[in-house]
Design a protein around this ligand. Structure first.
Ligand code: KE4
Length: 412
């Protein structure tokens, strides 16, 4: 296994410590093979909004597995999850399941190019949408963590179709459209950026994207792989009041099993095979265990008032972390939206990738190591988010704040 991992960020290259090997999770805790217990804020990078091994999720997977794991045929479960998603997100009339966020965004871009008969796309510097070739251009998340601005192996011909603008810079987008508008198929954006650390949209940014894409016949794609069902029941688009043409989903809708999805208005989605000519397929797409886990996760989220309690615990955590940094007089910026937050070691506000890159990643690494040895498991990169789950109670939040105070005091 290259680097001993199945995904680069897990190698902990940016934080200078060997990664623990996890044995199991329970609620908001993970336990490594040496028996060390951690309060977990990685949450598998987002899917586990209910926490690890949630009884209802575990039950449907266990009972489902006894009926088989894959059929290469349609099941009632995928229809049921599709219904839940289409009912929860008004902009989605039809939805197609795939096996990862990467597949979702890759397919959404192919659909947008077919629908508009155009080839260029706009993404944002520091935005991460998975590892499809054309999207590995100045991406965030693991690429930013490893300081790999562009991946080798992506032909210039692909990269030349990917135009870049700084996140939150609507004038830069307007300039790109002025120069190349008639060849831009779509703009793809994380409506709340989670892969340069958490960066909220500036007032008017998403509205501006909606306006310019509608004006010039391009599609607006919201990559809600992180934000889908994270901040409310449905897409964050419903809170932000901007309606995309295509929405990409993943993570939470699979309850921790491999899943992705993309969906949108009927007249766009009808072009997907077998209804239309745009080809996309997948052996395990819509697999019954991921569908079952996703259904019970969404049903739990819809029924139990979880978003309200997530907001309360996330505010508690934010206030505590701010207080801890003030106590030791370390300059930090804390960006939080709902149960997504990032503590940046920076003096100035973080509003895009250029400002995020000014953060002191050495100081973050020292903080990370201090937190880890005191039993707090954070994502091993300044350019990721902390994910608060429904399983984090006041006890764990208070413990996290105490440990953060000790950790911040211990770093140089
Ligand atoms: P996957 O292919 O990893 O399922 O999803 C890609 C993706 C797409 N869109 C957004 C907004 C995403 O955040 C992601 C993946 N997120 C990263 C963490 N920020 C996954 C962690 C990893 O790469 O190991």
């Amino acid at each position: 296994m290259p680097g001993g991992v199945s995904s680069p960020v897990r190698a902990f290259n940016a934080v200078g410590v060997d990664p623990p090997i996890i044995s199991f999770g329970q609620g908001c805790h993970v336990i490594d093979v040496d028996g060390n217990e951690y309060i977990d804020y990685v949450s598998a990078f987002g899917p586990l909004i209910l926490g690890h091994a949630h009884p209802a999720v575990t039950e449907v997977i266990t009972s489902g597995a006894q009926r088989g794991t894959a059929y290469g045929a349609t099941t009632e479960l995928e229809v049921e999850l599709a219904d839940l998603i289409c009912k929860a997100i008004p902009s989605v009339d039809l939805v197609r399941f795939v096996n990862s966020g990467t597949e979702a965004t890759m397919s959404a871009l192919r659909l947008a190019r077919a629908h508009t008969n155009r080839s260029a796309i706009i993404k944002f510097v520091g935005g991460y949408h998975g590892h499809a070739d054309g999207l590995l251009v100045q991406a965030g998340s693991g690429q930013a963590t490893l300081s790999l601005p562009d991946s080798p192996g992506v032909p210039d011909s692909y990269a030349s179709e990917t135009l870049l603008a700084p996140y939150n810079d609507i004038e830069a987008v307007r300039r790109l459209f002025a120069e190349s508008g008639d060849r831009i198929a779509a703009v793809i954006v994380e409506p709340i950026a989670g892969n340069m650390g958490v960066v909220p949209p500036a007032p008017g940014f998403l509205e501006g994207l909606r306006e310019v894409t509608s004006e010039l016949g391009s599609l607006l794609i919201f990559d809600e792989v992180i934000t889908g069902f994270r901040l409310c029941y449905g897409g964050v688009q419903q809170i932000l009041g901007v309606t995309p043409d295509i929405t990409c989903l993943g993570k939470i809708i699979g309850g921790g099993l491999p899943v992705g999805a993309y969906g949108g208005k009927r007249e766009i989605m009808e072009q997907i095979a077998p209804l239309g000519p745009v080809y996309q397929a997948g052996t395990l797409s819509g697999n019954p265990l991921a569908m079952a886990a996703g259904i019970v996760t969404l049903q739990t989220l819809e029924s139990e008032g979880i978003y309200e309690s997530l907001e309360v615990s996330s505010i508690y955590l934010e206030d505590g972390l701010r207080r801890a940094a003030r106590e030791v007089e370390i300059p930090v910026q804390l960006n939080r939206i709902g149960s997504l937050l990032t503590l940046f070691f920076a003096n100035e506000p973080i509003t895009d990738f250029a400002s995020a890159k000014l953060a002191d990643t050495d100081r973050f690494a020292a903080y990370f190591r201090e937190m880890l040895k005191r039993g707090i498991f954070l994502a091993p990169s300044q350019f990721e988010a902390m994910f608060v789950s429904a399983a984090h109670t006041d006890v764990e939040i208070q413990k996290t704040i105490e440990v953060a105070t000790e950790s911040l005091a211990a770093i140089p």
